[in-house]
Write a protein that binds this ligand. Sequence first.
Ligand code: 13P
Ligand code: SF4
Length: 305
Amino acid sequence: MKVAELQAEVLRLKKEKDVCILAHSYVAREIAEVADFVGDSFQLSVKAKDCPQKTVILCGVRFMAETVKILSPEKKVILSAAEAGCPMAEQLDVEIVEQARKMFPGCAVVAYINTTAELKTVCDVCVTSSSAVKIVSNMPQDKILFIPDCNLGQYVKSQVPNKDIRYMQGGCPVHAAMTREEVLAAKAAHPNALFLVHPECVPEVVELADFVGSTAAIMNFAKASEAKEFIIGTENSIMEHLQYDCPGKMFYPLSKRLICMNMKLTTLGDVANILRDGRGGEEIVLSPEMIEKARRPIDAMLAFG
Ligand code: 13P
Ligand code: SF4
């Protein structure tokens, strides 16, 4: 079946069955085109709360589907590809965080939303890349333990220097693999381009940026900018979306390696199968106790952010 035919079937079935499709911007373009909403992690969590449908298919990775379930426990939430995890989300466990909290008494534990539902149960507030600086600035506490992304943690510390922010070793293997040398080579190849970067990259890369922001912030900046050329320092799907949205501008990848394989595990065919007869994907099931505890830091994020 051709992509356009499959897309038409998905659009028809999701309407017939009253299903909401939420997609992170890193999934394939052909899925993004049939989704009810496409956005970054923060935008998805807000939409998850508000969408009227009783069933949600989350096209992205597991922690995102868990967040939808935590915010809307009455909904049936299906992760489009059961094996789509986020390696960063699985880097820390509850015991390590509890030990770290004891070593830094009086701290507030700030968790990047890229964490498991279980880990969220022992955290004080969640943040996303778009809300981290604002939330940490607005929190009453001055001692912050930031987990699990030390690169985002260091970026927040650079923006909120008056707080005592500590972090642990952890991060996104896709973004953290980018090097300063790659940035310098890309800038030399495209001297008129602005360099836009995600704060999950290492500080040596981030400090060379013309703009630092979440996936959505990078896209908004590129669309609004007077500039015509951009080097994109985040997952390469963003370049494709931007090229469609801004045909008169040029977008260059910082590296061809900037691809999150987990985000690419979902195919349009997977989404169609789930809608046709419930084949594939995985329904997210969390205990009421876990939902109650994991919800507190997410609600705190939505209140602060
Ligand atoms: P944002 O969606 O917050 O930009 O985060 C990027 C990411 O890596 C999601 O897993
Ligand atoms: Fe996780 Fe990085 Fe992939 Fe985002 S891009 S899902 S942080 S591995």
